[in-house]
Design a protein around this ligand. Structure first.
Ligand code: SF4
Ligand code: SF4
Length: 202
């Protein structure tokens, strides 16, 4: 949501995990696309920290395999203390939760590694009402991310799947076939992540 995106850096982890450097680059491109679109629109965003009814009402958040690796890494290796335990407990009962299992005290516990879809969903003018999905209730207030950067981020995502740079990557993105790689965040089997988080003391 920031107008001046910065690339998060985890230098030691990025050296150890080359896929993480690629993911952070993809997220940076995504953030740039969001910032450019906000600037181009000119209206004020309603989204702000502590505003999270979208994390309850949205049940169809896509997560790409590389994003899942990032979320898993962050939850297992970076989350600490109460936030770690709250997420772990929520992952165990995520099917009955009624909101995203990473929502803790109206904030995203995995914010630096949150999926591209969460980064891109922004709403102008008025805060969403409880249960509202502005995409359906007032499409005109929903940000359209910068298409060039959105496509660039998805093309980079395909690098992780061994698709070489060039026409095939472009085709998979432009036809939307790339989306077949994604799974629904709310329908994943998060119990295995909870188990991994429980394997080390916080
Ligand atoms: S999308 Fe709606 S609920 Fe989510 S942060 Fe923005 S204004 Fe708040
Ligand atoms: S991952 Fe974070 S931003 Fe996305 S729905 Fe869950 S709590 Fe909200």
């Amino acid at each position: 949501m920031s107008s001046q995106p910065a690339r998060p850096r985890f230098p030691d982890d990025e050296k150890r995990l080359p896929w993480l450097a690629l993911l952070l680059e993809i997220q940076f491109i995504t953030n740039q696309g969001v910032a450019a679109a906000i600037k181009a629109d000119g209206r004020k965003l309603a989204c702000a920290r502590g505003c999270a009814s979208c994390c309850r009402s949205h049940t169809d958040i896509p997560v790409y395999p590389l994003e899942l690796m990032g979320i898993t890494w962050f939850a297992v290796e970076k989350l600490e203390g109460e936030s770690r335990e709250r997420v772990r407990q929520q992952l165990l009962r995520h099917r009955d939760l009624g909101n995203c299992p990473f929502l803790v005290d109206e904030a995203c516990a995995i914010h630096p590694l949150r999926p591209m879809a969460c980064r891109q969903f922004n709403v102008f003018t008025t805060v969403c009402e409880a249960g509202e999905d502005a995409f359906h209730t007032r499409r005109g207030d929903v940000l359209n991310p910068d298409a060039k950067r959105k496509h660039e981020a998805l093309r980079e995502m395909l690098r992780h799947h061994g698709v070489k740079e060039g026409l095939e990557r472009r085709r998979l993105v432009e036809t939307g076939e790339v989306h077949r790689l994604a799974q629904s965040l709310r329908e994943m089997r998060w119990e295995s992540l909870a188990a991994r988080m429980g394997q080390r003391e916080s």
